[in-house]
Design a protein around this ligand. Sequence first.
Ligand code: M1P
Length: 257
Amino acid sequence: MAASTDFADRPLKTLCLFDVDGTLTPAREGISPEMNETLRALRKKCVVGFVGGSDLVKIVEQLKVDGSEVLDDFDYSFAENGLMAFKLGKPLPTASCIEYIGEERYKKMVNFILHYIADLDIPIKRGTFVEFRKGMINVSPIGRNATIAERKEFLKYDSEHKVRAKFVEVLREKFADYGLTFSIGGEISFDVFPNGWDKTYALGRVENEGFTEIHFFGDKTYKGGNDYEIYSDPRTIGHAVTCPGDTIKLLKELFLS
Ligand code: M1P
């Protein structure tokens, strides 16, 4: 297949795709100048994109550098696992989670979720327990309004008490016929989306672009993590990283030395 002429200026017909939280930035925090510089250098060699689980507003907040336009800084911008997608700043068609689930079934599930959270005895609760997005629903037992310090505390508590793991287990069983994936990708929440709408959804967006290699970098590449499917997909060369500094080190070894 012929390679897309949109990227004729890149010497390598390679696409590098990056998870956001824990890979390009610390969770829910901003990009560092060093990461920004590394990605700019990489973009001179190959095609560069991000594929995050979060919604676009949050990802843009994290990747914005001095008033830059994030959608112009990346060749591909994939939010909500690629359901919200942009190529060279231009939007690609979207699909909708609520259309897939259906209003009645969704209502039944969200009512159950809210009752479950109301009955949960955890140290603190904040606000926004269910965030409704285009391509997924994000559920947080503590609430998405938690501060950075509060989310770190919850993460510690959750790793001991398995609040999210138990919650997800109950939902998987109760809504087994819904065709949904429940994925614990971040620190204080989990994502709910139709089976197959994980990060591999983004790969379908680039399959006719003629890339000879697609590299994926992520930190939650273990089974159950939200990078697992794309990391282990035969269409990608997967790289497991431990933090943004590790991503930079790897990029220097692979492409920038
Ligand atoms: O990108 C990973 C996850 O980031 C956020 O998770 P949390 O707030 O729990 O750290 C969410 O946006 C989630 O949807 C996303 O998968």
